[in-house]
Ligand binder design. Structure first.
Ligand code: 3Y8
Ligand code: NAP
Length: 251
């Protein structure tokens, strides 16, 4: 039985894995939730949209004769990761997560850790600042609770409806981002405070490095918990796992 992979994508590392899978001549499909209007091509066939919970994912795995699942989703895509663990337990299909370590503060960094989006909103109950919200679109409304700040919002797609911030500028951009670009952005908008998720990886890290150089304060949103599952931290590690598990499966 030849390997037939399902890659749960949506990250820089996920796209790199898809390219490695294509180069290795392996059969695979990448799955996206459909959060943005035009997902970036990933080098392997793509499916878009939810599965219908863990049960729907288990059905998909059986129906499409998937032999391996690689969860390369973003660390904040915790529900998708929980469903992948559940569905692979139900079906007995091997699962590995391609994860990236959380960013760590360096000496001199001015980070305040908060446990979640609500913690970030609570921490913004403070005198007016010039705040860059680099948290995307899905949780933006939560931040309208603090209208006293002047916001810079970075989004992938143009907002479909008014965002509800009295003072906000929107820039449309899709990462991966660069240190030069993010440093110029933060300086040009005279940002005092950066709010971001601890995504890890390189694609979103530029803003952290730029904030460090500019001596800005950072509200760092820590990751949601995800149950234990096998993890890899590099593409070669996943490719070895595929080779190893494929041998076990006699493929
Ligand atoms: C649809 C698929 C690649 C992948 C690029 C990574 C890096 C650039 C940085 C900032 C932070 C944010 C956001 C971000 C980054 C990578 C990676 C990453 C952060 C795309 C993509 C999809 C999404 C969904 C989107 C979310 C949003 C989050 C923007 C593709 C471009 C803020 C996360 O409008 C919306 O609904 C956006 C939704 C989930 C979080 C949110 O709450 O809004 N990502 N991002 C995926 C799908 O449909 O399944 O088109 O490429 C992928 C990438 N975004 O090819 O190199 O690997 O993390 N994505 C965060 O980290 O805080 C931007 O502005 O500095
Ligand atoms: P989430 O909250 O964990 O997932 C919510 C539901 O969305 C899931 O239960 C599933 O629906 C569907 N879903 C999520 N990822 C999917 C995928 N790759 N393929 C098919 N369905 C998916 O997920 P999220 O935080 O909204 O993230 C959505 C996507 O954006 C993921 O691909 C993730 O990698 C990417 N992304 C997210 C962030 C972020 O900050 N959250 C950042 C960068 C990229 P069903 O239950 O119906 O199956």
């Amino acid at each position: 039985m030849r390997p037939n992979l399902l890659i749960l994508g949506g990250t820089t590392e996920g796209r790199s894995l898809c390219n490695a899978v294509a180069e290795a001549g392996l059969s695979g499909t990448v799955s996206m939730a459909g959060r943005v209007e035009r997902p970036t091509p990933q080098g392997v066939p793509m499916r878009v949209g939810g599965f219908g919970g863990a049960e729907g994912l288990a059905w998909y795995l059986r129906e499409h004769a998937i032999t391996h699942v690689i969860d390369a989703t973003h660390p904040f895509a915790a529900q998708m990761s929980r469903n992948a663990i559940d569905a692979c337990e139900r079906t007995g299909i091997p699962l590995i997560a391609l994860t990236r370590a959380p960013w760590q503060a360096a000496p001199g960094d001015r980070w305040t850790h908060v446990p979640d989006i609500a913690g970030a909103v609570a921490a913004l109950e403070c005198p007016p600042n010039r705040v860059m919200l680099a948290v995307g679109r899905m949780h933006l409304q939560d931040f309208t609770a603090n209208p006293q700040h002047t916001y810079l919002l970075r989004l992938v797609d143009s907002p479909a409806e008014p965002l509800g911030f009295p003072e906000a500028e929107v820039i449309l951009a899709r990462g991966p981002f660069t240190l030069k670009g993010d440093r110029a952005l933060l300086a040009e908008h005279r940002i005092d405070l950066l709010v971001c998720k601890n995504a890890g990886g390189a694609g979103a890290q530029a803003k952290i490095l730029a904030a460090r150089e500019l001596g800005l304060s950072v509200l760092m949103i820590d990751r949601p918990g995800i149950p234990a599952r096998p993890e890899a931290h590099s593409i070669p590690e996943v490719m070895r796992w595929l080779g190893h598990v494929s041998t076990d499966l006699g493929v």
